[in-house]
Ligand binder design. Structure first.
Ligand code: URA
Length: 478
């Protein structure tokens, strides 16, 4: 895992393109306001431009933040974190912020995006370190910067380097044990060497001086408290909520035509009776909340007499619609890799850690999300029973979530993919390969080489599955 620091919206865009875990840091306004508001049970909706705020507020039934100087009883919320201390839990606020808000809007395109500052540096650091390790991702912390009040340059040209953002980025990065880019290393050292002078630095940096001149010294005093809160704000679609807040999942759009698109699983007549019975039972599963939002249980399919089982993460949109594993974009790439490796899809068994789609509704659309630990736990017996019936000699875990379950927790795809593990309770030979969805996010040479690695791993796994098992020792009299 590599930790980096980047700057402004351009930095967010690069991090989003790489699929990093991203944290937006805007210390003296946006981030501290978000963290403080979430501590009071407020939901924040970031908005880069004031002219869009009315429409969002109407849609979300939310308040709109106003400039600090314009707050009154009707409009109590602003970029001042202190303006949230008396907020009623459950309130929604559209937080207008041209820097932090703009960065947060952009970061919402990535699966793991958070908001951090000095107030919650340790909490956010611990959480993103886990998320990055579990998902085999790098981390980019974004210093949002401050607008210069003194000239009228357009867009990012207006942005000033803000040391308070740099220092809070250092506070977050310094709490993570990982490799750092040169920029991240300098940033971390800057925080370590400045800890004793934070009060002086934040009150004398450009924005700090301005806030104090305008009468907001209490805001600065609030923002410079290190690790004051344990809140981890997560950007989920267009809102920012505490990361452990329940997902606001709505039923997927009721599309009655979907029923007709379900493809019957071929060759089920060749399945052993106990596998058919297991499938019938699994199709009725109500063990976790995903039962409420799924269209179909995706039990798994393939040759039940195979010695090679592929295990992915869980169904996506197309799988949910059809009831079949790996039939969407990632599935097409898996088919291509199997064909290149000289393996027929029908010759292996294809299953998943989760049998139902894990998704979150954002902007009215269902978006895949990683499986939660409780969902994996509830679903595990189905996979275990499948494995017990099929008895593969080789399991190839497709992606880190499967490897975390089948091989070991905190599996590191970059270091451990392609290695054989022979001590798994699930099968005598287990290995992990890159997930095709990950490969689809790569470009150019990285795409070619990661696809080749999947093909190579499939080939190796297939070869091992077709090897003769070692002969059982013969019982002889002498
Ligand atoms: N991704 C998976 O991990 N499994 C599927 O079935 C489809 C996409």
């Amino acid at each position: 895992m590599l930790c980096d620091i980047a700057w402004g919206i351009a930095g967010v865009e690069m991090a989003v393109d790489r699929g990093d875990v991203v944290v937006i840091v805007d210390t003296l306004s946006f981030s501290s306001a978000v963290v403080t508001a979430l501590m009071q049970g407020v939901t924040m909706i970031p908005c880069a431009e004031r002219e869009h705020a009315d429409a969002i507020a109407e849609r979300e039934d939310a308040h709109i933040s106003v400039p600090r100087a314009n707050t009154d009883e009707q409009n109590p919320f602003s970029l001042s974190p202190l303006s949230y201390l008396d907020a009623t839990p459950g309130t929604h606020v559209v937080l207008v912020s041209p820097n932090g808000g703009a960065c947060a809007e952009k970061a919402s395109r990535v699966e793991h995006a958070y908001v951090g500052c000095l107030l919650n540096a340790q909490a956010v650091a611990e959480h993103i370190a886990t998320v990055a390790a579990e998902n085999d991702k790098d981390i980019t912390v974004i210093a949002a910067g401050e607008n210069s009040a003194h000239h009228n340059l357009p867009g990012e040209a207006r942005l000033l380097f803000a040391i308070e953002d740099y220092l809070a980025c250092g506070a977050i990065l310094g709490a993570i044990m990982a490799d750092y880019t040169a920029e991240a290393a300098v940033c971390t050292n800057a925080f370590m060497n400045s800890q004793e002078h934070l009060d002086h630095l934040l009150k004398n940096c450009i924005r700090g001086r301005q806030l104090i001149e305008d009468g907001y010294e209490a805001d600065v005093n609030h923002c410079l408290q290190v690790n004051h809160y344990s809140c981890i704000p997560q950007i989920r679609g267009n809102v920012i909520v505490a990361h452990d807040a329940p997902e606001e999942i709505e039923q997927p759009v009721d599309d009655t035509s979907i029923q007709e698109t379900v493809e019957e699983v071929d060759d089920m007549d060749k399945w052993p009776a106990e596998l058919i019975a297991l499938r019938d039972e699994a199709l009725e599963c109500m063990r976790c909340d995903l039962a409420e939002t799924r269209t179909h249980v995706v039990f798994g399919e393939g040759n039940p007499r195979t010695k090679l089982m592929l295990i992915g993460e869980g169904p996506g949109d197309q799988e949910d619609k059809t009831g079949r594993p790996f039939v969407g974009r990632a599935g097409k790439l898996l088919d291509e890799a199997l064909a290149t490796a000289g393996i027929q899809r029908d010759d292996v068994w294809i299953g998943n850690v989760l049998k139902c789609r894990a998704c979150v509704i954002e902007d009215g659309r269902a978006k895949n999300r990683p499986p939660r630990a409780d969902e994996v736990k509830s679903c595990r017996p189905w996979l275990e029973s499948q494995i017990k019936i099929i008895q593969p000699s080789v399991i190839l875990c497709i992606g880190a979530p499967a490897a975390n379950l089948i091989i070991h927790r905190n599996f590191k795809m970059t270091k451990e993919r392609g290695q054989w593990f022979i001590d798994s309770p699930f099968a005598p030979n287990v290995m992990a390969a890159l997930h095709p969805a990950y490969i689809l996010r790569q470009h150019g040479e990285a795409y070619e080489s990661s696809l080749q690695s999947l093909v190579d791993d499939l080939k190796v796994a297939w070869e091992r599955s077709t090897e003769e098992p070692p002969a059982k020792p013969q019982l002889t009299l002498f």
